[in-house]
Design a protein around this ligand. Structure first.
Ligand SMILES: C[S@@+](CC[C@H](N)C(=O)[O-])C[C@H]1O[C@@H](n2cnc3c(N)ncnc32)[C@H](O)[C@@H]1O
Length: 210
């Protein structure tokens, strides 16, 4: 739940960025995990600089130094920028320099309603959420069912689900849903054929939308 608010200390369930010698690793803070046989085992995160017993960082301060078996690193609170550099790639993603331009050109502010398709790996989605929360909302769509489900799980695990609706849908065929007609301040399409979604985007935009 570490993407939502700034926190002093690491708690179970957080996602933490481990920074070591210019390498970044995203770690889900669970003291035990299931192995391939379905048995609960100690969660030991392996890096090229040795192993980290994940239970040992629970209660540590964000930004503090932690010891691994063959070295040390720092445990950082995740940001959308760090997440883009560490997330599990399910698709190509958009990175921070382009995301900055997108947020600016869409004129997004806290309170904006923004539609995104496709969700992909959720890289842009995390940055959109930070920009529009707490009163705004992101509606994100992907036509790949498993990908859409994994993204929704991640938003929940990261504590940002209250700001984002993730749906499985082909937006070029079916649009964004009547309930969003005339409601969006902005629509962003990262799709192979974005022009096929333009008519739906126009329907979803407010008169003042981008
Ligand atoms: C390049 S990825 C998006 C990456 C995302 N912007 C990010 O930063 O993580 C494109 C995604 O669009 C989805 N997609 C392609 N055509 C679509 C359509 N017609 N409707 C909804 N999703 C679509 C794909 O399944 C894929 O996950």
């Amino acid at each position: 739940m570490s993407f939502n608010n700034y926190k002093e200390k690491i708690e179970e369930g957080d996602t933490v960025i481990l920074y070591m010698s210019n390498n970044l690793y995203a770690i889900d803070v669970h003291p035990v995990i299931k192995n391939k046989k379905g048995e609960l085992v100690e969660n030991v995160y392996q890096t090229t600089f040795g192993a980290l017993k994940v239970r040992n960082i629970i209660g540590a301060e964000y930004g503090s130094r932690v010891e691994l078996s063959k070295g040390w690193g720092h445990v950082l609170q995740p940001t959308p920028e760090l997440w883009s550099l560490t997330l599990p790639h399910r698709t190509q993603i958009i990175y921070t320099p382009d995301i900055s331009m997108i947020l600016m050109q869409l004129d997004l502010v806290p309170g904006s309603v923004v539609i995104e398709a496709g969700t992909g790996s959720g890289s842009l989605t995390h940055a959109l959420v930070r920009r529009v929360r707490p009163r705004g909302r992101v509606h994100t769509f992907d036509f790949h069912e498993h990908r859409a489900a994994l993204a929704a799980e991640e938003f929940h695990a990261h504590g940002i689900a209250e700001f984002v609706t993730a749906k499985h849908r082909d937006v070029c065929q079916s649009g964004f849903g009547e309930e969003l007609n005339g409601r969006a301040d902005a629509v962003f399409l990262d799709l192979p054929s974005p022009w096929t979604g333009v008519a739906h985007a126009v329907a979803a935009l407010k008169d003042t939308g981008q």
